[in-house]
Design a protein. Sequence first.
Length: 147
Amino acid sequence: MARDMEFHVLARLLREGRILDRLSTGVTVLGMAFGLLQLLFVAQIPFGFSVAAWLVALGLVQKYLALRVAFDARLFAWLSSDADSLEERICAVDRTLQCLGLQSVKQAGRSWTKRQQGALRLLRAQGLTLAAQCLPITILIYHHSWP
């Protein structure tokens, strides 16, 4: 009973990664527009194209992390949906992940505590990537706000 509740809470927490993904998508689109403006106009901001490339590149990294976090969220939600067959579901997940080539045989023996920690690490990495993505924007705003 306790494990399925842990999986349920973790799934709910991981689902909040959608907010980070939406914010990052907006920043990525902003970066693409900023890069396009740098190409079209002669009056360019110093390092403007580099900033645009940074925003887009980190946006792609964040999108990959968001996909992984969303997959984990759905997986943990499915695991928590039926407490009676939890152990069966856990074994089925390992077999399926191995068959699809998404998990090595070596990783199959990991404890679910380590798997939960790994899922949380992905969520933290997603948040840190968004923070790193927003850093140049913050610097540009701060730099241009001083006379």
